[in-house]
Design a protein around this ligand. Structure first.
Ligand code: PEP
Length: 251
């Protein structure tokens, strides 16, 4: 039985004061709520203060990216050991905004993913088609390319640590959610790909989140699909009430 996992991607939002306020509110609502795994992913500069507030808490800390080298002359980058040192457990890799605006490719996603695993971080690996790819009937090709390329060279043991997030780019931040049937179809397809790559047992154990305009009102319907194991939430993770309701509505 796969435990649901709800992760909030705070993107480039929240000053340290705002981030602190949000975490204090989430702790008020979600302390001891262990029916689903809960993760929040602030910006790099807010990781440490959020981490201090979450010591020993059931809400876990995630980062939004990492670089594949441990240290060196890589201006602007942050490494796995640096994330571990401030208490990070999860890290989002290959978000569509990284692929779109910062030229992430399957190859760089794969390098970041291997670095995360090497340092004991749990990666949340994002895949998904954009609108023109969906409209031209290429959804399954694109998703297959992202899954096989991003996960290349991983072992079954590695996959025990990995969470996947199917995020149709056309549904991110647009208010357009994939219908539960559309999402389930792709999630089932991804699980089939995982079975081919790593065997059925591994495929059955990997959690696959849905992401794209998840709100309190659509969470139960989406997460009650057989292959949808939670949500990666952007906009609605920035407020205590909406994120709490999403966590509590996950089935
Ligand atoms: C995301 O950032 O991963 C996301 C799904 O954003 P939103 O929920 O705002 O669509």
């Amino acid at each position: 039985m796969r435990k649901k996992i709800i992760a909030g991607n705070w993107k480039m939002f929240k000053t340290v004061q705002e981030a602190t306020q949000l975490v204090v509110g989430l702790k008020r609502e979600l302390t001891d709520y262990v029916a689903v795994d809960i993760v929040v992913c602030p910006t790099f500069v807010n990781l440490e203060s959020v981490s201090d507030l979450l010591v020993g808490h059931n809400i876990k800390l995630g980062a939004q990216n990492l670089f594949w080298e441990d240290e060196g002359a890589f201006t602007g980058e942050v490494s796995g050991p640096m994330l571990k040192a401030v208490g990070v457990e999860y890290v989002i890799i290959g978000h569509s905004e990284r692929r779109q605006f910062f030229h992430e490719t399957n190859e760089t996603v794969n390098k970041r993913l291997k670095a995360a695993l090497k340092h004991g971080l749990k990666p949340i690996v994002c895949v998904g088609e954009n609108l023109s790819e969906r409209e031209s009937g290429r959804t399954f090709d694109v998703v297959k390319n992202h899954v096989t390329g991003s996960l290349a060279g991983l072992t079954k043991e590695d996959m025990a640590e990995v969470v996947l997030a199917y995020e149709p780019v056309w549904a991110i931040g647009t208010g357009k959610t994939a219908s539960s049937a559309q999402a389930q179809e792709v999630h089932r397809f991804i699980r089939g790909l995982l079975a081919g790559m790593f065997g059925q047992d591994t495929a059955d154990a990997v959690r696959i989140q849905y992401g794209g305009s998840v709100k309190p009102e659509n969470t139960a319907e989406l997460t009650s699909q057989p292959d949808i194991d939670g949500a990666l939430v952007g906009g609605a993770s920035l407020k205590v009430d909406s994120f709490t309701a999403i966590v509590k509505n996950a089935r």
